[in-house]
Design a protein. Structure first.
Length: 152
């Protein structure tokens, strides 16, 4: 990573809705991306082409761009990354509910008493069709614990 981005030759830029994920394309075929509002940048030499336009989804996980390649013509290119899930914890009526968005179905909920040893939860998540989140209801006890999602 670098916080240096060269000047000049920019042909297209795009941003996520909150401005945290940025993409900028150059006439020379280089794309720079940032996931921290431009504090640092990563150079991605994707194609030997001139980028003519870039667009981003609101969360920055999907990008689309059009390019003109001098040798083989123009094209439309897409990129999609699966964002890391956000684990939500809420308490209500003596229960703790852990939930996460359903594109994260390949994740397993884990619990730890001390952040050193982690164990898979055996409770099966239930899909809530109202908010499209997998949810696990857990009894709320007086002890403390930590939760995370892990890929199997």
């Amino acid at each position: 990573m670098s916080n240096y981005v060269p000047e000049g030759g920019w042909s297209a830029v795009a941003s996520s809705a909150d401005g945290s994920k940025l993409v900028a394309g150059m006439n020379a075929g280089v794309i720079y991306t940032s996931t921290n509002s431009g504090a640092t940048w990563v150079m991605n030499n994707v194609l030997d082409t001139a980028w003519t336009s870039l667009a981003s989804s609101a969360d920055g996980s999907r990008l689309i761009g059009t390019a003109m390649d001098i040798g083989s013509g123009s094209g439309v290119y897409t990129s999609q990354s699966i964002p890391s899930p956000r684990l939500n914890l809420t308490s209500s009526g003596g229960n703790l509910t852990a939930s996460w968005l359903i594109p994260s179905t390949n994740f397993v909920l884990q619990q730890s008493p001390d952040l050193n040893s982690w164990g898979d939860m055996t409770n099966t998540p239930v899909l809530n069709l109202t908010n499209l989140q997998d949810e696990v209801a857990l009894p709320l006890d007086n002890g403390s614990g930590f939760f995370r999602l892990k890929t199997p």
